[in-house]
Write a protein that binds this ligand. Structure first.
Ligand code: SF4
Length: 647
């Protein structure tokens, strides 16, 4: 992998590398990256999806490598971490410039207001001790609502030259350090913003390594998703009210009320046409926001408090305006030509919202990422159904690349068949695990297909028997929170095994309780896998209740599926199939975390054994030994339980 990354950096040909747990993939890209940065005086950006990996890189891998490589490179390489501005506490806001007006609920609830004040005070105390000002270093953390009051977005920031505390600003300091470092570690969101925005937020760099690259499309989609709700519009109106004629701000506030009325009556879901009343409401929001922006005017001589208040108002009002324009304009295009998808949502405890997201991000990545710099993408899961094609297509790279086995290095490969796009190669470096010997994939072919109304009785019986045979030690990954709770309740009644369920405490606490007690089970939704890294005897069975296809009413997935169908492709397989394959593979990846681990992946949904598409999904899973025989699996689990010494 290190050789292939070096070749990619030297040749400018992009590279996708699948590298399983335990391969040491971070070292394999960091070594050539550091060498390139030091030799060329260039900066390499490493992007991650999770804080856990970011921490591992900055606190473990990079410091060790900096020491180990300093002789060979002639000096110790340097590194820094850089996040979005909103991640750092803003000293200007913290010291009272333009404090936020209370949200309506707090106006009526003095307890909520004083709890909020207490938390802001804690952040203020912490700000004088912290070296970084980074929200992730504040333990225990504070709510999003509090953090919004003590931080700013890039657009809300006054700019270091105008800001009275710019010289001490944490975000500016992090940017400065990143600008001088050989390697900058960041997250996919900031990488996406850097690619999307015309103003760069990352230091100039010529190579990007995207680790946890299976998350890239989702993170870029999130960064380019816009939304409008009455609460966002009213916040803009409140902020404008402090800086412009109240009448002008009131118009925006009323436009927010109008939109709320219509969204409350709307059925949540995708919008292929813009209803007339919604169109009218959006136009009112757009015009009222434009009037506020004009009234707020350009930068001028004013004191810091006025300047901060105006900047805060301008940033949110422009955001409201631009989103309203984007929403209205998208319906001006023919359905087949549209690049955005629009939908409305009604979530508990949130104002009804209208959202807009890109149909695909491939074009953007191709132009703004692959077109600008050499990119290495890596993850434990990149080859789905045995090929990099499904993900390459989503990234905007030309298809028809096979995942090369490690022995066949990607160095002198033929260019891709479709060579009109950026050149790239794919490499699968495999895994240190002996999957055939260490794990069993059990497909419960005899069970009924999953239904709509919770877990069928047969699933609960099967799950009970599996957990009983395994003596606990089970991670249950369910397709919904409802199913996870149903399974938890049932198993608590039927067995005396402790069952922890996601949501009953913080995930990290549940995971550590689960890891400490081999007789315990941990149940949650499929998203839970991200927090679970439990090697050893506490985790010997991973159960998944159903193939994790996106919900049929998922607005973005259904629109993407239709768009592929319209182009003559197989929308179901390339959108829903790819989504399910990624999640299945990541879920299954929880089982073996060290070369000594043994265990069973059980999938209760019989479609993984019987459906036409099952071959693609199964080819995305590690090559476990596969069986349909429940008694055989229970026997294997009982033996594992006994040999673990606690059976
Ligand atoms: S420079 Fe921007 S982020 Fe930093 S303290 Fe000033 S306003 Fe806040």
């Amino acid at each position: 992998m290190a050789e292939a990354v070096r070749h990619s950096i030297d040749s400018g040909e992009h590279l996708a590398v699948q590298a399983g747990t335990g391969t040491g993939k971070s070292l394999a890209y960091l070594v050539p990256a550091l060498r390139h940065a030091v030799a060329e005086g260039a900066t390499v950006v490493i992007s991650t999806a999770t804080i856990a990996l970011q921490t591992q890189l900055v606190e473990r891998d990079l410091p060790r490598l900096a020491t180990a490589l300093s002789g060979a490179l002639g000096r110790a390489p340097t590194f820094a971490i850089l996040k979005g501005r909103r991640n750092y506490v803003c000293l200007n806001r913290l010291h009272g410039n333009a404090p936020e007006e209370p949200e309506t609920s707090e106006l009526f609830d003095p307890f909520a207001a004083s709890a909020l004040e207490r938390q802001v005070k804690r952040v203020r105390e912490w700000s004088s001790e912290t070296e970084t000002g980074d929200r992730d270093d504040l333990v225990p953390g504070v709510s999003d609502q509090v953090w919004r009051r003590v931080s700013v977005t890039a657009k809300e920031c006054l700019g270091a030259h105008r800001c009275p505390v710019g010289a001490d600003c944490f975000a500016e300091r992090a940017r400065g350090e990143a600008g001088r470092a050989d390697v900058v570690v960041t997250n996919h969101a900031l990488l996406a913003i850097d690619a999307l925005d015309d103003r760069p937020v990352l230091p100039e760099h010529d190579v990007v390594v995207v680790d946890e690259a299976h998350e890239l499309v989702d993170r870029v989609t999130s960064a380019s998703t816009g939304e409008l709700s009455a609460s966002a519009i009213k916040l803009a109106a409140r902020r404008c009210g402090r800086a412009v004629d109240q009448e002008i701000a009131d118009r925006l506030d009323e436009a927010g009320d109008g939109l709320e009325l219509i969204l409350t009556d709307a059925r949540p879901g995708r919008l292929d046409e813009l209803p007339r009343d919604l169109s009218g409401a959006l136009s009112s929001v757009r015009d009222a926001a434009a009037a506020c922006t004009t009234a707020l005017g350009a930068e001028r001589r004013e004191d810091t408090e006025e300047g901060t208040a105006r900047k805060l108002a301008l940033a949110v009002t422009e955001e409201v305006h631009d989103t309203a324009v984007r929403l209205i304009d998208t319906f001006g295009e023919e359905v087949g030509e549209r690049r955005d998808v629009v939908w409305t949502t009604a979530e508990p405890n949130r104002a009804p919202t209208i959202r807009i997201a890109p149909l695909g991000v491939g074009g953007l990545l191709r132009e703004r990422l692959f077109g600008q710099r050499t990119t290495v993408l890596t993850s434990a899961t990149l080859a789905l159904g045995g090929s990099f094609d499904p993900l390459a297509q989503q990234w905007g790279l030309p298809p028809r690349q096979q995942a090369q086995p490690a022995a066949d290095m990607a160095l002198d490969k033929e260019p891709p068949a479709d060579s009109t796009g950026p050149k790239w190669s794919g490499l699968d470096v495999g895994s240190p695990f002996e999957y055939q010997r260490s794990g069993i994939l059990y497909l419960a072919r005899h069970l009924p297909k999953p239904g709509r109304d919770g877990l069928p009785a047969e699933y609960l019986d099967e799950l009970t028997e599996l957990v009983r045979a395994a003596g606990g030690r089970t991670l249950g990954l369910f397709s919904s929170m409802r199913a996870a709770r149903q399974a938890s309740e049932q198993l608590r009644e039927r067995l005396d095994t402790p069952v922890f369920c996601q949501g009953e405490d913080t995930t990290s606490l549940l995971v550590s309780s689960f890891a400490e007690d081999p007789r315990a089970c941990l149940f949650g939704t499929l998203s839970l896998w991200q927090g679970v890294d439990v090697p050893g005897e506490s985790l010997q069975l991973v159960v998944m209740d159903r193939i994790p296809f996106p919900r049929p009413d998922d607005p973005l997935a259904s629109a993407r599926q239709q768009a592929v169908d319209a182009r003559g492709g197989n929308g179901f397989l390339s959108v829903a199939g790819t989504h399910a394959a990624l999640l299945l593979s990541q879920g299954a990846g929880r089982l073996l975390r060290s070369t000594h681990d043994r265990g069973v992946i059980a999938v209760l949904d019989p479609r993984l054994a019987t459906a036409k598409y099952s071959g693609f999904l199964r080819a995305s899973l590690p090559p476990f030994w596969t069986t349909y025989d429940p008694e055989l699996v229970r026997g294997a689990l009982r033996r594992l339980d006994t040999s673990a010494g606690t059976g």
